[in-house]
Ligand binder design. Structure first.
Ligand code: FAD
Length: 461
């Protein structure tokens, strides 16, 4: 941990967003003694987990003037991580056994995650800090402070000055649409997973789903319940890949990548197979976008790298007044938000110091060079993958909090292995009872729970 040089001081901090990252940022900032205003354009907390049956008018999300629907959650969505490793550290995401309206499954539905975040906000009185239906439209540095312009539901704008701004606005709203050669003259329908809600509209269709990880695996199987055929284009697979899955609906094929789309309506895969498709569904990820941020050209987004950002959190020359919580995707999310938030709160109070801006830039330049040397494309800068636990341990040490419990990381790794090997049933058939036991013993030893869920492994099992 870098030693504190300044006296601990309280700052006036704006947090943008009341999703999981904004909620924990608000709590950590408040705990550290800062005053906090959370700006949230929706009517409630929860961010991505507020399911909306409505989707955007432009199914690919390319029209910059389209009204934005924030959430990318589909009706059938269940978490892609086990709940034990997903929750915040001192507020475990455990089943509410006394409330039958709640979903007690290990991989619960999106509604249960929203209910958990609402419980968290209530427990730590965070809603009192939130200005709902208030959108931040501009953030800019002025004389060492930050001017935040917001607009409320009556369209009234207000400018306020803050010592610091923490950006927690999420990054699963702006679709990344993979390019397919020939797609411009292909006559079928196209939709990005951001706008996918239910399978009904795909009844009796031949559907091509691009992407075979969490959302692609789910959506292809959801659509297959009503579609005539579903063909999944899987980038990770060898060029010759062509496999028909007999479960669950006997109408789903896995192919290699798409070679081209043709104006006669066919889609040709790299395995040489062609299908005449009605719709292409892109499960190809998202782009970072901060339309409210004005840094006089200091920050930019290049090929989905938000730069320059020291350890994915602080832009060196604008730190610590500007910070970002939640940028790295995949792996443990909520606990990452928690540890990053503790770091931001401690740096703002002066309890922990950052290196000088030029040192942070040196570190950044070295990390970009390392990615390049490893052949990792720029657009994967914030995808930490296997190094997430090292990253989190580093940030945790920096702000003096406990490293991530090994059982969490192991649950994530084992869960992702199951997702790949058993995408149909990975949420209900698991082989890590040992890790569930460890998690609940950990919660119990910290007096965070007083019961065990029904799926908890009984002794002797
Ligand atoms: P969000 O939840 O998106 O919240 C951002 C908030 O900021 C929103 O409420 C938004 O309204 C507000 N906002 C944005 N701009 C403004 C503005 N200008 N002014 C005011 N307010 C603004 N993670 C897991 O841990 N487990 C899972 O199972 C899992 N499943 C996922 C499934 C899908 C389909 C997707 C897309 C992601 C999934 N994730 C999962 C990752 C998930 O996004 C994170 O876990 C987390 O919920 C993101 O929280 P956030 O606060 O960063 O962003």
């Amino acid at each position: 941990m870098a030693p504190a040089q300044n006296l601990v001081s309280s700052k006036h901090v704006a947090v943008i967003g009341a999703g999981a990252s904004g909620l924990i940022a608000a709590r950590e900032l408040h705990r550290e003694g800062h005053t906090v205003v959370v700006f949230e354009r929706e009517k409630q907390v929860g961010g991505l987990w507020i399911y909306s049956p409505k989707s955007e008018s432009d199914p690919l999300g390319l029209d910059p003037t389209r009204p934005i629907v924030h959430s990318s959650v589909y009706e059938s969505l269940r978490t892609n991580l086990p709940r034990e490793c997903m929750g915040f550290r001192d507020f475990p995401f455990v089943p509410c056994v006394d409330d039958f309206s709640r979903d007690s499954r290990r991989y619960p539905s999106h509604r249960e995650v929203l209910a958990y975040l609402q419980d968290f906000a209530r427990e730590f009185k965070i809603e009192e800090m939130v200005r709902f239906e208030t959108e931040v439209v501009r953030v800019e540095p002025v004389d060492g402070k930050w001017r935040v312009r917001s607009k409320n539901s009556d369209d009234l704008s207000e400018d306020e000055i803050f010592d610091a701004v923490v950006v927690c606005s999420g990054h699963y709203t702006e679709p990344y649409v993979a390019h397919i050669p020939g797609i411009k003259s292909w006559p079928g329908k196209q939709i990005h997973s951001h706008n996918y809600r239910v399978p009904g509209p795909f009844k009796n269709e031949v559907v091509v789903v691009i992407g075979n990880f969490a959302s692609g695996a789910d959506i292809s199987r959801d659509v297959a319940k009503v579609a005539k055929e579903v063909h999944v284009a899987s980038r990770g697979s060898e060029a010759s890949t062509y496999e028909k899955l007999s479960v669950p609906t006997n109408n789903l094929w896995i192919h290699s990548e798409i070679e081209t789309a043709c104006d006669d309506g066919s889609i040709v895969f790299k395995n040489g197979k062609a299908v005449h498709a009605d719709t292409v569904v892109y499960c190809t990820g998202y782009k970072y976008k901060f339309p409210f941020l004005e840094t006089n050209g200091y920050m930019s987004i290049d090929d989905n790298r938000v730069e320059p950002l020291y350890k994915h959190v602080f832009p060196p020359a604008l730190a610590p007044g500007l910070s970002f919580v939640g940028l790295p995707g995949m792996g443990i999310q909520f606990v990452m938000f928690e540890i990053q938030s503790k770091w931001v709160a401690a740096v703002l109070s002066g309890r922990v110091t950052l290196p000088a801006p030029e040192k942070m830039m040196e570190d950044l330049i070295a990390s970009y060079a390392m990615l390049e040397a490893l052949g990792i494309p720029k657009r994967y800068t914030h995808k930490l993958g296997k190094i997430q636990s090292n990253y989190l341990d580093w940030v945790a040490e920096e702000c003096g909090c406990q490293p991530v419990e090994p059982w969490r990381t192991q649950q994530v790794d084992r869960g992702y292995e199951r997702l790949v090997s058993n995408p149909e049933n990975y949420r209900d058939e698991w082989d890590d009872d040992d890790l569930i036991k460890e998690a609940y013993e950990d919660f119990a030893s910290k007096k965070l729970i007083s019961f065990l869920p029904s799926y908890f492994p009984k002794s002797g099992r």
